[in-house]
Design a protein around this ligand. Structure first.
Ligand code: PBG
Length: 328
């Protein structure tokens, strides 16, 4: 490359048409996965205070949300349940209820809006009375017994019609166990999107309010979620999940971990996703509502940053808003 003045990098930036010609990344509706909080409550919609603009929706309302997603051109939705505490126990029994909130929602959406992809979280935290993603023996989250329950629950979700199961628990070996169980149960086409590199993050705070696990959670999740200081370890996590049969891998949270996304994409060239989590949503919305940030600009900029980092798509609470802005 020549140097200044033969090279003037501003030349290509001068006009809109030439900026479009040299643009390296694009953001479209195809990149969006809408994360939706489901509730087993009687109210159709209930706002989540720490996530302005996000409502929990009940079974009556989830079908219209799915239709809205379809009409906006969003390819897939991801469901997260807020479960009444009376259904929670130490064994996460409700995770194995084939007539539970999530399986019922999946069936309803599948029947009414068959053209949209349905992603479901496989994790025990909505169903345990202690708020952890695994079963406990004393103070310990036990790996292998948890994996057994996760695999069983994945089958129930696949049976209900889920297209993608997304284990978000960070137990070792869960992707392999779920893949084996799916094969055995003849659900060979169900995809696994693994929360491959999921960090023990403070940015999940509003989500734990949203699904009602915040007050119950004893301690933290650092014995299974990753240390925010680590990067090489993320590659080992992802490699395991790919070898165990994951179709897609995810990094979570999103914006503080763009470096991890880039390394994973470069190393494995797999379909790679970021979860722009509740705390990221809350931060941007709080600033926008105070007039401190331009809402549309920063949301679209944040979504583009995931594409630039190497993502094939983003799980985001901003999906419906962004999809509206991205209509042709
Ligand atoms: C747990 C789970 C979490 C989220 C999705 N599934 C948080 C946690 O580990 O406590 C976070 C989502 C968000 O913050 O938006 N299985």
């Amino acid at each position: 490359m020549a140097t200044y003045p033969l090279t003037r990098l501003r030349r290509t930036r001068r006009t809109d048409w030439s900026r479009r010609l040299v643009r390296e990344n694009t953001l479209t509706r195809d990149d969006l996965i809408w994360t939706i909080v489901l509730s087993d409550g009687a109210e159709k919609r209930a706002p989540v205070p720490s996530m302005p603009g996000v409502d929990r929706v009940n079974l009556d309302e989830i079908v219209s949300e799915a239709k809205r997603a379809r009409d906006l051109g969003i390819p897939a939705i991801a469901l997260f349940p807020h479960v009444n505490p009376k259904f929670k126990d130490a064994k996460a029994s409700e995770a194995l209820n084939s007539k539970g909130l999530v399986p019922e929602a999946v069936r309803a959406v599948k029947a009414a809006v068959p053209e949209i992809g349905i992603i479901v979280d496989v994790a025990l935290d909505p169903y345990t009375d202690h708020g952890h993603d695994g079963l406990m023996e004393g103070e310990t989250i036990v790996n292998d017994p948890t994996v057994e329950v996760l695999a069983e629950s994945a089958i129930i979700l696949a049976e209900a019609g889920a297209d993608i199961v997304a284990p978000s628990d960070m137990m070792d070996g869960r992707v392999g166990a779920i893949r084996d169980a799916l094969e055995t149960a003849n659900h060979t086409d169900v995809m696994i999107m693994s929360y491959a590199a999921k960090y023990a993050s403070g940015f999940y705070g509003p989500y734990r309010d949203a699904i009602g696990t915040a007050s119950a959670l004893k301690g933290d999740k650092r014995t299974y979620q990753m240390d925010p200081a680590n990067s090489d370890e993320a590659l080992r996590e992802v490699e395991q999940d790919i070898l165990e049969g994951a179709d897609m891998v995810m990094v979570k949270p999103g914006m503080p971990y763009l470096d991890i996304i880039r390394r994973i994409k470069d190393e494995f060239a797999m379909p790679t996703y970021a979860f722009q989590v509740s705390g990221e949503y809350a931060m941007m919305m709080a600033a926008a509502q105070n007039g401190w940030l331009d809402e549309k600009r920063v949301i679209l900029e944040s979504l583009m940053s995931f594409k630039r980092a190497g993502c094939d798509g983003v799980l985001t609470y901003f999906a419906p808003k962004a999809a509206e802005w991205l209509q042709d």
